[in-house]
Design a binder for this molecule. Structure first.
Ligand SMILES: O=C(O)CCC(=O)C(=O)O
Ligand SMILES: [Fe+2]
Length: 196
């Protein structure tokens, strides 16, 4: 399995598997997830204001693994066959077994995710987060939290996996910016471990 590691110069570990899934598998998963997931646009609270997220989301996981995120609490739906198969593939290269997943649908180039760290306390210290992409290639940015001149940019392609671990969620923020060129939809799944 091809892997590009040492993407961050310090304070975290990020590696990229460009072809964890074949093109054929990725095409099928894109269609299945597009159709079977009840995608919803959810509100979030930022700076005391309620606004709609600039993307659609869904939350899956083992029963009882609740997750609070930007002022909303999500209850997980039960794993689908497709999600379980994807999870099993990821676990062949991941150091942990995941119990939940946040799904994001970026409908087009105008959907995005702002700068953040996945450092909620239910993820524990030094969480391992596995982020899969099906569909359009989007730019993924990382910047050091205190040393803001330190930046990285990656193209997350169809069928790829980005694995973040170690101190990454303490020391680095990440985002998926809006883009200006016309593009289709991208499905992202971030597998996580929610602690009891
Ligand atoms: O869409 C992506 O690649 C990033 C998703 C993300 O950062 C998140 O769900 O926390
Ligand atoms: Fe994130």
């Amino acid at each position: 399995m091809e892997v590009i590691s040492a993407i961050l110069p310090k304070d975290g570990e990020v590696s990229f598997f460009p072809n964890l899934f074949t093109r054929e598998e990725s095409d099928v998963y894109f269609d299945v997830l597009m159709n079977e997931i009840p995608w919803k646009q959810e509100p979030i609270r930022i700076f005391g204001k309620t606004v709609m997220q600039p993307r659609l989301t869904a939350w899956y996981g083992d029963p009882g693994k609740h997750y609070s995120y930007s002022g909303i609490t999500m209850s997980p739906a039960n794993w689908t066959d497709a999600l379980l198969k994807i999870k099993q593939r990821i676990e062949t290269v991941s150091p942990v077994i995941f119990n939940s997943a946040l799904l994001n649908l970026y409908r087009d180039q105008s959907d995005s995710m702002g700068w953040h760290r996945d450092n909620e306390k239910e993820l524990g210290i030094n969480p391992v987060i596995a982020s899969v992409t099906f569909g359009a290639t989007r730019r993924f940015l990382l910047r050091h939290y205190t040393d803001k001149d330190l930046k990285q940019s990656l193209a997350l392609t169809h069928g790829s996996l980005l694995l973040m671990q170690g101190r990454t969620q303490h020391a680095w923020e990440h985002s998926v910016p809006k883009q200006s060129s016309i593009m289709g939809s991208r499905i992202n799944i971030t597998f996580r471990v929610i602690k009891d």
